[in-house]
Design a protein around this ligand. Sequence first.
Ligand SMILES: [Zn+2]
Length: 267
Amino acid sequence: MSEADPQSRKPERPSKHFSDAELMRYARQIILPGWDIEAQSKLAQARVLVVGAGGLGCPIALSLCRAGVGALCLIDNDVVELSNLQRQSLFTEAHLGQSKAQVAVSELKKHNPYVVLSAVQDRVQNCTHEFLGGFDLIIDGSDNFATRDWLNSVAFDSKVPLLSAAAVGYDGQLALYDFSQSDQACYRCVFGEGGVDTRCSELGVLTTTTQVMGALAANAALIWLGQGVNNIENQLLLWSAKTLTSRKITYHRDPLCEVCGTPPEST
Ligand SMILES: [Zn+2]
């Protein structure tokens, strides 16, 4: 890869010095009990990758951008289509045919000039492990099992926490896999090898399913990055747009998992 290729470079950790304008911008967040300037500083130094600039990626990126994350990279190889506009909230008809990742970044810049934004118009599988390992959090908003499973393996190998969000039909799921702890499960532990694709293009999706799940994912990311807390540790959060209810299902690490399990001792 050339030096100009963003995938060949690790994102630099942003500075945590706040200008007066930034302090004013984030004032309502900084006065929160338990958030304060320290949490805002941690957020301002965090480098986050959002995989998929679609129904989930748009609201996730917008919330993190407004909240003051340090660096945000969006990756998506698709272009904006008419059928995206019902839920992919950073796009309009003027963007049809343009790169989702690049349009998203140009729109996000209008919301917060202090965030270091970058776009990769490619499949995430074409990124180097070094590039992916340079983030403090990877947020998976992709729409297929193969990408989710591949990303889980790379995130585990790189020890980068993986926030996995999904939204199809009236239902959403959220999990935060923290690979720094040996007792934590991974995506493969929970879903196995033979995950089934549940694509919105085939099954449909309510506009608000993606918006609510995007907001919940951004919420979990903020608490994790600013306060270091995982409120869904070893738990899968399920949300229903039909009943307006959520519940958490506890899962466990599979010691025989081919991704995170202990390899058998060689004889
Ligand atoms: Zn596992």
